[in-house]
Design a protein around this ligand. Structure first.
Ligand SMILES: Cc1cc2nc3c(=O)[nH]c(=O)nc-3n(C[C@H](O)[C@H](O)[C@H](O)COP(=O)(O)OP(=O)(O)OC[C@H]3O[C@@H](n4cnc5c(N)ncnc54)[C@H](O)[C@@H]3O)c2cc1C
Length: 333
């Protein structure tokens, strides 16, 4: 692909709703495109994507490629890979960006492999090395204890982008991008996998990934019961509850509460870590948090290194007093 130009972002959606990661990719794409002197385009695949494509068109991209086929109705990886492989061949982008979401971490590496392209995984920053003509990616390693700098020398160059690493591009009402229909051939695809059924986990309240305030509990809470106090504190701060893996593994809260490397990546304004030691795998999920407050009885706990404010003490004394003070003050974040 010697004439390859532009940055192509792969839009993601589920149940007819555009994933928040698409607007984050738009920001990452715009920054990179500015460094390259190229434009950003997006691709949306699905059975019927006109409405979604028009939403993506408002995210500051230059062009949206809309790919429609009945085989793309659910996220069937083989069909999406085949469609995107053809789109990349037709569009010839210099760089392809995919979210490091559940879908994207499956799709990105496999698509790059099919195209014989290099991939920088899980990046939180991107840049361009014009001397080496290479995509530069920065990715946290060892649970966030270090940063690896990766150069991708192939054309196209791929990267998966860590969720919440970039602010979402705002939707603009003016000058939406042009939407271009792209045809792909998926007839020869065999029935590699069939979606038999899908089950949605019941969820109430604010999603962890979207919450401005997260009150998280760890092993130091000692059981499931104390999470009721955390629920109360979160409600008073109009936030939601999270947990460390230790608390989830103990069965005190569902695994959907888990924050960290193998849990959710959050970008809250305020994160209150209660009875959490601050293992690197936990910290990997809160690198995008603006303010960390730690409550821990061990003044040497690693979480205090990440915390803007910390209270050394027993949560059983600190949290009820904190909750009482918030209620009296009528705090609303
Ligand atoms: C591959 C891998 C992936 C992982 N992914 C994740 C992940 O996504 N998320 C995650 O969280 N972990 C993850 N872990 C586990 C991680 O290494 C830690 O084991 C875990 O985060 C510890 O949880 P914790 O802080 O609740 O428990 P602990 O490390 O046991 O800490 C408990 C803390 O509570 C404090 N405490 C005790 N009693 C009180 C009290 N009364 N008042 C106040 N403080 C008190 C203690 O001082 C201590 O600091 C992963 C591990 C591996 C190997």
């Amino acid at each position: 692909m010697t004439d390859a130009r532009g940055v192509l972002i792969v839009a993601e959606h589920a149940d007819g709703v555009l994933a928040g990661s698409t607007a984050e990719l738009a920001t990452a794409g715009q920054k990179l495109a500015a460094a390259l002197g190229h434009d950003v385009a997006a691709v949306v695949c699905g059975a019927s994507v006109a409405r979604l494509a028009s939403e993506v068109a408002k995210l500051g991209v230059k062009r949206v490629f809309a790919v429609e086929a009945p085989q793309l109705s659910d996220f069937q990886i083989e069909a999406h890979l085949a469609a995107l492989e053809q789109v990349v061949a037709q569009v010839a982008p210099r760089v392809v960006l995919v979210a490091k979401s559940v879908q994207g971490r499956d799709l990105g590496p496999r698509l790059a492999f099919r195209l014989g392209a290099g991939l920088a995984q899980d990046c939180t920053e991107l840049g361009w090395d014009s001397q080496r003509n290479a995509l530069l990616g920065v990715r946290p390693v060892y649970g966030g204890a270090g940063l690896a700098r990766v150069a991708v020398l192939t054309t196209p160059a791929f990267s998966t982008i860590r969720l919440k690493a970039f602010d979402p591009a705002p939707a603009t009402a003016t000058n939406p991008a042009e939407v271009v229909a792209v045809s792909v051939r998926l007839d020869s695809l065999g029935p590699v996998a069939t979606l038999v059924s899908s089950a949605k986990q019941q969820a109430t309240g604010i999603r962890l990934e979207d919450a401005r305030v997260v009150v998280s509990g760890g092993r130091g809470l000692g059981g499931a019961e104390p999470f009721k106090v955390l629920q109360e504190l979160a409600a008073a701060l109009r936030g939601t509850v999270g947990a460390s893996r230790a608390a989830c593994d103990a069965g005190w809260v569902p695994h959907s509460y888990q924050v960290g490397l193998t849990g959710k990546t959050i970008g809250a304004d305020l994160y209150i870590a209660i009875g959490i030691s601050g293992a690197s795998q936990h910290l990997a999920g809160i690198s995008g948090v603006k303010n960390v407050v730690a409550i821990n009885k061990d003044g040497e706990a690693n979480i205090f290194k990440e915390a803007r404010y910390g209270v050394v003490g027993d949560w059983q004394k600190v949290v009820p007093a904190f909750l009482q003070a918030i209620k009296e003050m009528g705090v609303s974040p």
